[in-house]
Design a protein around this ligand. Structure first.
Ligand SMILES: N[C@@H](CCC(=O)N[C@@H](CS)C(=O)NCC(=O)O)C(=O)O
Length: 217
């Protein structure tokens, strides 16, 4: 059955891979599933046809036969559940990998998103200069803890899992801030994720769209 995901017709990041379709592409590449992409404009995302797929009018969505999903966490989990490669077979290791997916989305990503809001949407507010260091410190608190837990390991729990895919995707959002530079093991962790051939293919596919040259097939 054909898998179709949605992505920005033109991503606000110009193709840096930060739009969340990259996470879904990466998961599909890791498990070797071909997929098609339907590009949507900001206007189309808020129209009834897209809202029927995604109640919040966002990307990405995932369609496969009569199944339609939204929310990257749910989509990546679905992919990992149905195809080998992203979740361990051992039940406890599997549960821990899923825990890391939730940790990435629920515990690490929120302060990172707050920083983007503080910079992009609130940068002109009179209180912005005072708020920014507070937000950055909340990120550092999480990175301190994550860095200690990762230590010198390659991945969060043994082999690479969907938990790492999600955590690396979330940490990539910090690239422009320079905050990760204070955490050599996390920098190396993110680099290991980016070096994976599946990530490279996912990144190249979204970059090509944003450069106006979609890759064939
Ligand atoms: N929690 C959602 C967030 C989805 C989201 O924020 N998507 C962004 C692109 S990365 C979007 O569509 N933004 C446009 C908008 O919200 O209007 C997920 O993980 O899928």
């Amino acid at each position: 059955m054909t898998i179709t995901i949605t992505a920005f017709e033109r991503s606000p990041d110009g193709g840096k891979g930060l739009a969340r379709d990259t996470r879904v592409r990466w998961a599909l590449e890791e498990v070797g599933q071909p997929y098609e992409v339907r590009l949507v404009s900001f206007r189309a995302m808020k129209e009834p046809a897209h809202l029927a797929l995604h109640p919040f009018g966002q990307i990405p969505t995932y369609e496969e036969g009569d199944l339609a999903l939204f929310e990257t966490g749910a989509i990546v989990f679905h992919i990992a559940e149905h195809h080998a490669g992203l979740l361990p077979g051992d039940a406890n290791a599997r549960a821990r990998a899923i825990t890391w997916m939730f940790a990435a989305l629920n515990t690490v990503e929120p302060p990172i998103l707050e920083l983007a809001t503080a910079r992009l949407l609130e940068g002109d507010k009179p209180w912005s200069k005072e708020r920014l260091p507070l937000v950055e410190n909340r990120i550092r608190d999480r990175l301190d803890q994550l860095s200690v837990r990762l230590g010198e390991a390659d991945w969060l729990d043994g082999r690479f899992t969907a938990g790492d895919l999600m955590m690396v995707s979330v940490l990539l959002r910090l690239n422009a801030s320079g905050i990760l530079v204070g955490y050599p093991n996390l920098l190396a962790y993110v680099a290991r994720g980016e070096a994976r051939p599946a990530y490279q293919r996912a990144f190249a596919a979204q970059a090509a769209i944003n450069a106006g040259k979609p890759l064939a097939g």
